[in-house]
Design a protein around this ligand. Sequence first.
Ligand SMILES: [Zn+2]
Length: 313
Amino acid sequence: MNITKTSDFTPYLDSRHLLSLFTVLLLSCLILAYPVSAQEMRTQDLGNALVLISGSGSNILTKQADDGQVLVVDGGLEAYAQQTLTTIADATDKGQISLLINSHWHPEQTGLNRILGNQGVTIFAHENTRQWLTTTITRPWENNTFAAFPATAQPADTFYHYGELNHGDTTVQYGYLRQSHTDGDMYVYFPDENVLHGGGVLANDGWPLMDWWTGGWIGGLVDGLEVLLEIANDDTIIVPANGPLMSKADLQAMRDMYDTIFQRISTGFRAANSVEVTLSEMPTAEFNEQNGDPAEFIRRAHESLIPHYTPDA
Ligand SMILES: [Zn+2]
């Protein structure tokens, strides 16, 4: 029996089959490598040593100071980290990154934390963002778990309200956007250059994730947009977390849209509408052509009212 088995198995080891096996392994490697190698990163020079990098899961803003050191606002997804760092190096003539800011805890913002944290780069964020990164997060609407970050990848420097820091010759103002997209959102404003990074409050490529599990809610999203409107003027270049650059007029239109939707959903919610009724009433109807299928956004927006209007639930 043993001899027969050996004999049956032998044909699988001939050169033809080995070649097939090699081909399969090679293709598997190529497929596994595909998302990283094929990612298209785009850079846009915003002037004054500010560069926008997109294509890694979120917009990344870099600012190079007069001493060559580089500040990075948001890091993109970890899967693209090496490519992102190469793109930053190319855009800054190999400038050394000395400060990484996380506009909130989401993976699209924190993908450089491990690498840069291990190199000793200071990571700065709102205190709530740091706290989310110290814990495992499983959100009820998805089959996914976000593991806690190692200590070196967590923000070592945090704030609560607002403040200002100097990065070389650059003044950087920052502030808390309270409970909006999450409960750790912040903006980063370069007043001399008049460039405002709005973080996760600004999704300019479709409906946003209303991440109520980590403290966001639709009413707070409107509040966050109003804070940004107070900072911006007609000449401000506004960088969203995703999608194309915005003007103050775009920001105003976005605020008005979410306020309209918030009023509709909260009115229904106070009348004890279920999420299915909210969906059937199409509270986003006139904005769907611009932003796509709203179902998931409406579900999360409706759910986001529960901890705000029924805190004992
Ligand atoms: Zn986000």
